[in-house]
Write a protein that binds this ligand. Structure first.
Ligand code: FES
Length: 150
């Protein structure tokens, strides 16, 4: 079956191809934008005074992302307990967010216990833990506990 295409049919096919390529490109951009938006986490950098936030603010927000000594970290409030961990997944380093009562990695879905930082569900290695950050609380404010040198 050898059918010759008219000039009009040829141009119409070309226009459809251009539209299809544009649609795929736009869709790809939207998917990339969606992924970027989904993984974006607002965070503040802890200064020399080691202050992170007030207890009242943390009780309200439940989780707060911060950067301490260049490492992404997360501060969590859970039923009166305050904990902080380096927020670097033990699988491939993704950031986690608090969802209901669990920390969920935004890259591949590993689940961590927010009181201990222990991996509850892969792909993070079983038994691995997010490194804990020691805290101290003074007069309603939460600080990273300074590590003593030597
Ligand atoms: S980086 Fe967290 S599950 Fe893969």
């Amino acid at each position: 079956m050898d059918k010759k295409m008219s000039r009009k049919e040829f141009l119409a096919m070309g226009a459809k191809t251009v539209l299809a390529v544009a649609a795929v490109t736009a869709c790809g951009d939207l998917i990339a934008l969606g992924a970027d938006t989904k993984n974006k986490i607002n965070e503040m950098t802890v200064g020399e005074d080691n202050f992170i936030t007030s207890r009242a603010e943390l009780e309200k927000q439940k989780a707060l992302n911060f950067v301490y000594k260049g490492k992404k970290s997360i501060l969590l409030y859970n039923d009166g307990e305050i904990k902080a961990f380096e927020n670097i997944c033990t699988h491939k380093g993704g950031p986690s967010k608090l969802k209901q009562d669990k920390l969920v990695c935004q890259w591949h879905g590993a689940i961590f216990e927010p009181l201990t930082g222990e991996a509850l569900k892969g792909p993070a290695p079983k038994g691995s833990k997010l490194p804990a950050i020691e805290l101290e609380e003074r007069e309603g404010s939460i600080y990273v506990k300074p590590v003593k040198a030597g």
